[in-house]
Design a protein around this ligand. Structure first.
Ligand SMILES: NC(=O)c1ccc[n+]([C@@H]2O[C@H](COP(=O)([O-])OP(=O)(O)OC[C@H]3O[C@@H](n4cnc5c(N)ncnc54)[C@H](O)[C@@H]3O)[C@@H](O)[C@H]2O)c1
Length: 688
């Protein structure tokens, strides 16, 4: 059967043969066995809903076995036989370009070159799912292939509720993932309700079909590392043996971190672009091998003494180089302390949003030993994780006392370390203490990367991870879009105020080097941090070029991790200090606003990045077709998509956002934002 017919077939009338479990593929860890036997029956009843009654007898034992073996029912046998990758848009069956664009993006999210656990439909972050099972995938692709511009597909956590009549201007797909009644949003609730087959963890771009491979994150990580280096250069805490003092930003500086997974794997590459020495610890040999073979990390080291020696040499030679240490990051922090290796920048990118199910591997246990223990003895495993987090924090604290700048990389490190009782707060005298001593409402001893870097330097001004995909699949289209985007940014930079010159320059440099850095994995995609004006102007240039036939269809989108898409008190909105960082109005407003201003699809998720119950995030996708309709939509939607977040940040009294929103109001007279009056601190100080 050819590809188009296979899509149109949906769930086949005759069951395909059982598929062998392929050990060569990176599989999701076995999930917790959390359901009672009654609940297991419910999970099976739920799974069989997708199939004709005549197939139930055959499928029941198989699904039961999947549930017992893996903790979830993935319906492996339904995984299609055709290759999974983003095809040129013309190869998809369908009645509208918009739906075909979405199919392309879904397949990209499941491409084995792109996805972390492709057979379990997990794109990244250990549990970031596109769908819960292969039946959902097949049904969705069929719906998309059949839908017209008078219909909208409703997606409830991977499950296609169906096509509903709508209209041309409505989104073609509306996605929700993991939306729970708030009281049912604890980690174990995800385990239970996901195992039942009624919800999923969509991460950010996984469940919204907007993941573009590690490139998306390389750019953000490069900006973070660059600005962190600028920060230490400004503070002139003069990193030892570094070129920061000589104006050569990264040279000789040491950056220590962990994780070579979906997003974390970008760190050594970003370190290389920023020009420092990076040590990235990773316990999973497969992840090390993948990143090393892709050229994302230069050298693999398996022995700590050798690592010390190599890092010492690199420092002496002020080399730009990245090392993958195959082992536990806790051991690196401890060893470098013993050996007095000065770390300039420190962070962590284990998946602590998912601490008990494979996101964090505790020190002192082997990789396989941990995998075994997390399902056979989850309570003991939890204790090991907590113990390891306390050890890691102790070692980090010893380094920061010696001048290391440590920041939380949005992976819930500070949060989980605090929950583990680690000394991650400071008392009045500046001593490191645990939460029990510090008091509950105390701030952590370390900032998050958003508090110190991304928030004030980028998000408050509207700069965020705008991205596009050339749906023709042609490399030359991507090249052309790169140059359109570069020209737009250069033009805008000429008139840009002093406050955003550095950001504009970093982004121009990025787009100029993007091709040479060979960042494409999967679809012909590009990420580029841009502000509202930049995003709109770039999109307009694309739309015009499509109209003229210079390039094919372009799909626009962004990471949810942006100015306005995400409410997350310990990450994206951690630099909002008026108390509203625990609210989620912005993310909800953002996605509602996008949906009626012209998005092709919208999504809103519970969880993502820092964990289930800890964040609400949303995003959009927009297919540009090179016509006036597309022009109208992009103007209306992109303006709102960025400025609603700046408006909220300005109401939070953030200076950069106040500056940016006033500038936006000057340019667009229809924009009228409520501006805060700033109380004189001395008035409050006198209050008794
Ligand atoms: N890169 C970014 O810009 C960014 C931004 C925000 C948040 N994050 C967060 O970073 C985390 C990582 O994301 P990811 O997609 O790479 O996840 P991932 O699960 O793909 O990768 C994490 C890696 O850490 C490894 N690991 C776990 N414990 C370890 C330990 N003790 N020592 C060494 N290695 C260990 C795992 O084996 C895994 O390969 C997530 O929580 C994500 O939300 C990343």
């Amino acid at each position: 059967m050819d590809f188009k017919n296979a899509i149109l077939e949906g769930i086949p009338a005759t069951l395909p043969p059982v598929k062998e479990y392929d050990p060569a593929v990176n599989h999701a860890p076995k999930r917790k066995d959390i359901l009672s036997s009654e609940e297991k029956q419910l999970a099976l009843r739920n799974a069989l809903r997708y199939f004709d009654k005549s197939q139930h007898e055959e499928l029941l034992p198989e699904f039961h076995k999947e549930l017992e073996t893996y903790g979830r029912i993935y319906m492996y046998r339904l995984r299609p036989d055709y290759e999974m990758y983003a095809r040129p848009i013309s190869e998809y069956p369908g009645k509208c370009e918009q739906a075909k664009g979405i199919m392309l993006m879904i397949q990209n999210n499941l491409d084995p070159k792109v996805a972390q656990h492709p057979h379990e439909l997990i794109t990244y972050g250990g549990n970031g799912a596109v769908f819960q099972n292969w039946a959902q995938y097949r049904l969705v692709m069929k719906y998309l292939a059949e839908m017209t511009e008078e219909q909208t597909l409703v997606m409830n956590s991977g499950h296609p509720l169906g096509l509903f009549p709508s209209h041309k201007d409505a989104p073609r797909v509306v996605v929700t993932n993991g939306m729970m009644i708030p009281n049912y949003s604890k980690q174990d609730d995800w385990e239970k309700f996901n195992a039942l087959g009624v919800t999923q963890y969509g991460q950010m771009t996984a469940g919204s079909y907007m993941y573009i491979g590690p490139q998306g994150i390389v750019h953000g990580t490069t900006i973070t590392v660059l600005n962190a280096l600028r920060k230490i250069a400004q503070k002139s805490t003069s990193p030892k043996g570094t070129g920061v003092k000589n104006g050569d930003l990264g040279a000789g500086s040491l950056f220590v971190t962990s994780g070579l997974g979906g997003m974390s794997g970008a760190q050594p590459k970003a370190g290389n672009i920023a020009g420092c020495i990076t040590v990235c610890a990773e316990v999973n040999p497969k992840a090390v091998e993948t990143r090393h073979s892709q050229g994302w990390v230069d050298v693999v080291v398996e022995d700590l003494d050798e690592l010390v020696q190599k890092v010492t040499e690199a420092k002496a030679a002020t080399k730009t180089i990245s090392f993958a240490y195959l082992g536990n990051v806790v051991d690196v922090w401890e060893k470098f302390d013993e050996e007095n290796i000065h770390i300039d920048l420190g962070s962590d990118q284990t998946s602590l949003h998912n601490p008990w199910a494979g996101g964090y591997y505790p020190a002192g246990l082997g990789f396989e030993e941990s995998n075994e223990m997390m399902s056979s003895n989850p309570e003991k495993f939890k204790e090991k994780v907590r113990e390891s987090l306390r050890r890691q924090t102790e070692a980090i604290n010893r380094h920061t006392k010696k001048g290391t700048y440590f920041f939380d990389y949005g992976n819930a490190f500070l949060l989980e370390a605090s929950r583990a009782g680690a000394k991650i707060y400071k008392d009045e005298e500046g001593n490191f203490v645990s939460g029990a001593t510090a008091g509950e409402d105390k701030d952590f001893a370390y900032p998050s990367y958003v508090q110190d870097i991304m928030g004030p330097m980028c998000f408050d001004y509207g700069f965020g991870p705008f991205r596009w995909v050339c749906a023709s699949g042609k490399e030359e289209d991507l090249e052309k879009t790169d140059s359109f985007a570069r020209d737009v940014l250069k033009k805008l930079k000429e008139q840009a105020p002093e406050e955003v010159q550095q950001q504009m320059q970093d982004n121009i440099k990025w787009i100029e080097g993007a091709r040479a850095n060979k960042l494409v994995v999967g679809s012909q995609a590009r990420i580029l941090y841009a502000d509202a004006e930049g995003r709109i102007e770039i999109a307009r240039a694309f739309n015009k070029a499509i109209e003229k036939g210079e390039i094919g269809t372009v799909i626009l989108g962004r990471d949810h991790h942006d100015v306005s898409g995400t409410d997350s008190p310990y990450r994206e909105t951690s630099n909002i200090y008026d108390g509203s960082r625990y609210t989620a109005d912005m993310a909800i407003q953002n996605v509602i606003g996008d949906s009626f201003r012209g998005a092709t699809w919208v999504s809103i998720h519970n969880g993502g990045g820092v964990g289930w119950g800890e964040v609400i995030n949303g995003g959009f996708g927009m297919v540009l077709e090179g016509n006036r309709e597309s022009e109208r939509r992009l103007n209306a939607m992109l303006f709102w998509d960025v400025n609603n977040g700046i408006a909220r940040r300005s109401w939070g009294r953030n200076p950069g956002a106040l500056f940016a929103i006033k500038r936006a109001m000057e340019k667009e007279p229809r924009l009228k934002v409520t501006i805060p009056n700033i109380v004189d601190d001395s008035l409050l100080d006198n209050l008794t």
